[in-house]
Design a protein around this ligand. Structure first.
Ligand SMILES: [Zn+2]
Length: 118
């Protein structure tokens, strides 16, 4: 599989059906070695986002990070180059080398709940 295909490449366990970001070794949930590459949507929901005032070496300020949840509960810590998203926002995420990056396109807030009846 190529990273140029749409979606995100993740690891999927054929034993317990959990999915997670690719990592070497056995399934971290059940220990099975029946693990293989799978693709999921690159749309994710923002769980939290922050701007780090003192970025780690190699990163220029502003250093913004978002914790995302993609399909099947796959959690991703991604860099944000644009405006900081808010929890609940829907964003697209792409892999850029060893990092994951939030893509501004496709960002949308869920519809605002109507006001309670008077
Ligand atoms: Zn498993």
């Amino acid at each position: 599989m190529s990273e140029t295909l749409p979606g995100l490449l993740v690891a999927g366990c054929r034993s317990c059906h959990s999915r997670y970001l690719p990592r070497p070794g056995r399934c971290p949930r059940c220990g099975s070695d029946e693990v293989g590459p799978q693709r999921i949507s690159n749309q994710a929901s923002v769980l939290a986002a922050t701007e780090v005032s003192t970025p780690p070496a190699g990163f220029a300020p502003p250093h913004r990070l978002a914790l995302l949840e993609a399909a099947d509960g796959v959690r991703i810590l991604a860099l944000v180059h644009g405006a900081l998203p808010e929890p609940g926002d829907s964003v697209a995420v792409v892999r850029d080398g060893a990092q994951y990056v939030v893509v501004d396109e496709g960002r949308a807030r869920p519809p605002v709940a109507p006001p309670p009846p008077a």
